[in-house]
Ligand binder design. Sequence first.
Ligand code: ZN
Length: 266
Amino acid sequence: MSKWKIRPINTGYVTTAPRQYIYHHSVLPAIPGIPEGRITMPVFCFLLDNGIQNILVDTGMAWTERADKYHHAGSYQPEGMAICEQLQKIGINPHVIDAVILTHLHWDHVYYLDRFTHATLYVNEKEYRFAMNPIPIYYKSYEHPSLGIESQFRSLSFAFTKDEEELFPGIRILDTPGHSPGHISVEVDTAEGTYICCGDSLFMRKNYDPVYSLGYDVTPPGRYSDIIEAWNSIARQKIRAAGREYLLPTHEPAIEELIKTKPVIG
Ligand SMILES: [Zn+2]
């Protein structure tokens, strides 16, 4: 079995209201201490390497002006944190990336895609079709041309993924829809066990936890395209993961703490 190393790369910070995004309204009375206002959360993507191939799961968010003006106000990308700049710092040119697997096509997961000129870009077909023609409430998420800005993926070609497909030895696709119509997660075998890059199927590991007083076995999110699919996708990953810490959600603050002492997993 091929063993991969996973390097989490934080590409900046988005602001969000936990009571609208991270937690479903039904759990608000049952969980004390959820902040009333907005919080700032990291935006990770993940570099996978097995010594031969380099693969990215997502490419992260935009520069500050774009993120703040068109998306969540107050979001920002500190100097040097764009994906290509960070790859440069560890001696990796975008041209040596073999594949980019996109968990979904929301704006904070797809920036600078055109820089990866030698990479095959993978996405779920349903996600791609919806992203190219979303309903208006998702225009901002997918940077629809009607906003007067250029989206990152509209002119690019993609290969479509299949559920349970072993895309590379030790890297498997899991269909985890619900946050968006064709969201996928990426299961990665490492020397330290199997990790799942969850994208936004779990906003944070908190979505993994049961809410005992309600009889919920997961904490459902507040932002979704389909709450039944979103619930089942979290439940599916709970079954497959060896534990909470094996889940790598894009916006998990604990990963920021982890990489201070352990920049590479596996
Ligand atoms: Zn996101």
